[in-house]
Design a protein around this ligand. Structure first.
Ligand code: GLN
Length: 551
């Protein structure tokens, strides 16, 4: 029987419910349980694909092409499983299914209502993840209790316990215990109110995860236990951790995983966290800074580049260095270059993006990196920008551009594929999800991956224009990775440069804390060499440490 954990949140948003859920998932996996996760999002958008990254952060892409909430990225990184589009459901998608069923006449003329039709559809979505291969499904409900939009979800998860039996469900509620400066106290009242709200919807939490700046006292813990009717063992404190990868250890020390296993009647098997502990230790010990400039359009909301940042961190953990990200607004690049303000960077990342704004700045950054031997990694739009820069400034194709930014360019080196030109529904033209690429034997990209056929996730419309292939092939820019049919360019790399490499894909979606994406790993290795000039010598890497296996 598959067991279910529902994670809800209260008091304020942004408490790290996703991280708490993923960390719990990690702990259960460390006990040998098979875990999967999903996010139920109460907003009305059908999927996050069309949402502004300024507002909502990155759109995370799954292997099967799902455009999902960024929390799925945390889930994948923590539980180390590839999820599918089924792991994300929004109010918009749930209503779409119900309304489509109503139009088809599936409800046989009955009145269609939130209860039972919407709640049944929510339960159906939860059940989609149940299979013989899964021991535990962790479902995070987005938003906070008390939101208007969350009500059908709370009702559905309340009913769910009755449907599958009490012993098969555990409710975990994440709240905030704020510190009030003037009175010098941590306060439990918001937690009490939040639990009262949850109870008013018929859900008594089994465990409460209290987020706080500083650890809470045992008195406070008892008070919360008493007032919220949760055993002391179920009141868990997640005080701010120095790294997000420390959270599983924090929750384990607080006993959350054993407690949850007890509630669900799962064997309290021993667990092995040594690898994870070693990872956290590496994070803590990394002191040598490597300065990476991230040239973006949405730099005021770093969550817009969450997976890129995490991939850089994974590479930093691997090499034992501290990644110091310099957020650079793309439109400001030209001015910063003139002022010599980018000279201290050890590496430059040009991430993905849509629309024209800031593109010229990104092109300037790519050119600066190329001419000054600064390691540069291009991701999706980043590869397009590097292609344009090279076309204009090395191949002499004046005015070269992507037709996304200039549809009258004399040299559309990046363009829509023929088959996509007449499609009017923009969503319909995206290349989404995992695609295989064939790498050129002996290329640096192939060496970084250690294999010649690789699969990475995509999310874009425009492609390298095959009409310009020969021009590039005669130059030092290698088209070193292609789709198996040879039509699409997937990877490029520049000869005679420490690292000027890009991909049309988004390798950041597959990086894991203990298995950095190969291009990120090699990019940071190259940036470290540049940093060596600025910093004292790097710590020597022992032969059996993970860093020794790279490059
Ligand atoms: N805007 C570009 C395209 O659609 C790149 C997209 C991206 O970087 N994800 O092709």
């Amino acid at each position: 029987m598959t067991k279910h954990i529902f994670v809800t949140g209260g008091v304020v948003s942004g408490l790290g419910k996703g991280l708490s859920g993923s960390s719990l998932g990690r702990l259960l996996k460390a006990r040998g349980l098979r875990v999967t996760m999903q996010k139920l999002d109460p907003y009305l958008n059908v999927d996050p694909g069309t949402m502004n990254p300024f507002e909502h952060g990155e759109v995370f892409v799954t292997d099967d092409g799902g455009e999902t909430d960024l929390d799925l990225g945390h889930y994948e990184r923590f539980i180390d499983e590839n999820l599918t589009v089924d792991s994300n459901a929004t109010t918009g998608s749930i209503y779409s299914s119900v309304i489509a069923a109503e139009r088809r006449g599936d409800y046989l003329g009955k009145t269609v209502q939130v209860i039972p039709h919407i709640t049944n559809e929510i339960k159906r979505r939860i059940n989609r993840l149940v299979s013989d291969d899964v021991d535990v499904v962790i479902t995070e409900v987005g938003g906070t209790v008390g939101d208007i939009e969350i009500l059908p979800f709370l009702e559905a998860i309340r009913q769910f316990r009755l449907d599958v039996g009490r012993d098969n469900v555990c409710y975990v509620h994440v709240t905030l215990v704020p510190y009030i400066g003037p009175s010098g106290e941590q306060k439990t009242k918001p937690t009490q109110h939040s639990v009262t709200e949850l109870r008013s919807r018929g859900i008594q939490p089994d465990a409460i995860v209290c987020r706080s700046d500083d650890p809470i006292s045992s008195d406070l813990r008892r008070k919360i236990s008493n007032l919220c009717d949760v055993p002391v063992a179920g009141v868990v404190n997640a005080a701010d951790a120095s790294s997000l990868y420390e959270i599983p250890l924090v929750l384990h020390n607080e006993g959350l995983d054993s407690y949850v296993c007890e509630i669900l009647g799962l064997d309290d098997r021993p667990l092995d966290l040594t690898a994870w502990e070693a990872l956290v230790e590496r994070v803590e010990q990394a002191s040598v800074p490597v300065r990476i400039g991230l040239i973006g359009k949405y730099v005021s909301l770093p969550d817009a580049y969450l997976s890129v940042v995490e991939s850089l961190n994974h590479a930093g953990i691997h090499h034992g260095v501290d990644i110091d990200i310099e957020w650079i607004q793309a439109e400001e690049v030209e001015g910063l270059l003139t002022a010599g303000r980018l000279r201290d960077l050890d590496g430059i990342v040009i991430p993905g993006g849509f629309g024209e704004r800031g593109v010229e700045g990104k092109i300037a950054a790519a050119g600066y990196a190329r001419e000054n031997a600064v390691p540069c990694l291009g991701l999706c739009l980043g590869m397009q920008v590097m292609t344009i820069e090279y076309a204009r400034n090395v191949l002499g194709l004046a005015g070269a551009n992507s037709s996304e930014f200039d549809n009258r360019t004399p040299h559309p080196v990046i363009d829509l594929m023929e088959s996509q030109r007449d499609v009017t529904d923009m969503g319909g033209t995206m290349r989404l999800g995992a695609y295989v690429a064939q790498l050129r034997p002996g290329s640096r990209v192939a060496r970084a991956y250690g294999e010649e056929v690789v699969s990475e996730r995509h999310r874009h419309r425009y492609e390298f224009n095959p009409r310009y292939r020969t021009r590039f092939e005669e130059s030092e820019l290698q088209l070193c990775g292609e789709s198996p049919d040879g039509r699409l360019v997937e990877f490029i790399e520049l000869d005679q440069h420490p690292f000027w490499i890009a991909t049309q894909a988004h390798p950041e979606f597959k990086s894991r804390p203990d298995r950095p994406a190969p291009l990120f790993r090699e990019f940071i290795a190259s940036a470290m060499q540049r940093a060596e000039g600025r910093n004292p010598p790097l710590p020597t890497i022992e032969a059996d440490s993970p860093a020794a296996s790279s490059s």
